[in-house]
Design a protein around this ligand. Structure first.
Ligand SMILES: [Zn+2]
Length: 292
């Protein structure tokens, strides 16, 4: 037993008298093909009343007016409810649009940040290239090359803490253990500075290498092997948080989808409400057909 059964049963007397609208007739017929219980009630009604009795018919015609009032009350309620659904759907859509604009903004900021920090990666290669270009194919560090290395350090001053050049023969064991470090700048825990041919710091060439305390932050130290030399440089501590930020963004950055969770949620609510609204609207016009 559902609302349709209720409506059909109220309308059955009119149906028997054949005074229903075309739509109502169709609605009832359709319902009767599916609902055994309403069919039984129709049979009972048909056998109970004497259709040829005209007086009886007039009485019945009077009573048939009541169900229409009932249906129309129900229809009014459902119409209101349908309108509320539409209002909620539109509100959800507005929220969806608002959050979409918001998300786009956040996304733009995020991309700008990634680009800004992307410079770090380019610079990482540039520093290494500059040092390696100075070394070239040489097997000895001449005074001239030392001067050029000092210039490289100065060029990136403010960012570099130490720049060291190791003869490959001094660090062969280290190279064996760190097979990954080959022909591109790699962030890795620093090689012991005592094995270096030259270490440059803020005060110039450092004389007593044994006093150097290496960085304990592996992302802040970059190493690359080339020909006869291994180049290593350490970023300044003050620059490390930018390196860290870049690393975090690059490897643990937010998923693009996570920016759009709210707009997706509200547009989904909007869609579901629209489907409910369309369904109710169709239902209402079906009911309206019964009354007219
Ligand atoms: Zn029924």
């Amino acid at each position: 037993m559902n609302n349709k059964c209720d409506i059909v049963r109220d309308l059955l007397p009119s149906y028997i008298d054949n005074i229903c609208s075309k739509e109502s007739n169709q609605f009832i017929k359709e319902h009767l093909t599916r609902c055994v219980n309403c069919g039984k009630i129709l049979d009972t009604m048909k056998s109970d009343i004497n259709i040829s009795d005209e007086i009886y018919k007039i009485e019945r015609l009077e009573t048939t007016k009541k169900p229409f009032t009932k249906v129309s009350g129900f229809l009014n309620f459902q119409k209101k409810f349908t309108n509320y659904i539409l209002i909620f759907a539109l509100i959800s859509l507005l929220f969806g649009i608002y959050f979409l604009a918001n998300s786009n903004n956040e996304m733009k900021k995020y991309k700008e940040e990634v680009n800004r920090l992307g410079v770090v990666e380019q610079e990482k290669k540039a520093i290494m290239n500059d040092a390696i270009n100075v070394l070239g194919d040489s097997t000895v560090l001449t005074n001239q090359k030392e001067e050029q290395l000092l210039k490289v350090f100065e060029k990136y001053n403010g960012k570099l803490n130490l720049l060291a050049i190791f003869p490959k023969t001094n660090v062969e064991d280290w190279i064996k253990e760190n097979a990954l470090v080959r022909n591109e700048p790699t962030t890795i825990y620093p090689i012991n500075y005592q094995k270096a041919a030259i270490v440059i710091g803020n005060e110039g060439i450092i004389g007593s290498k044994e006093k150097i305390i290496p960085s304990d932050y592996d992302l802040g130290n970059v190493v690359m092997e080339n020909g006869n030399w291994v180049v290593q440089y350490e970023y300044k501590t003050s620059y490390e948080n930018i390196i860290e930020k870049y690393h975090q963004l690059k490897y643990y950055g937010p998923n693009i989808l996570s920016f759009y969770q709210l707009p997706i949620l509200f547009v989904s609510i909007f869609t579901v409400l629209c489907i409910i609204w369309l369904f109710l609207k169709k239902n209402n016009s079906q009911l309206k057909g019964l009354i007219d």
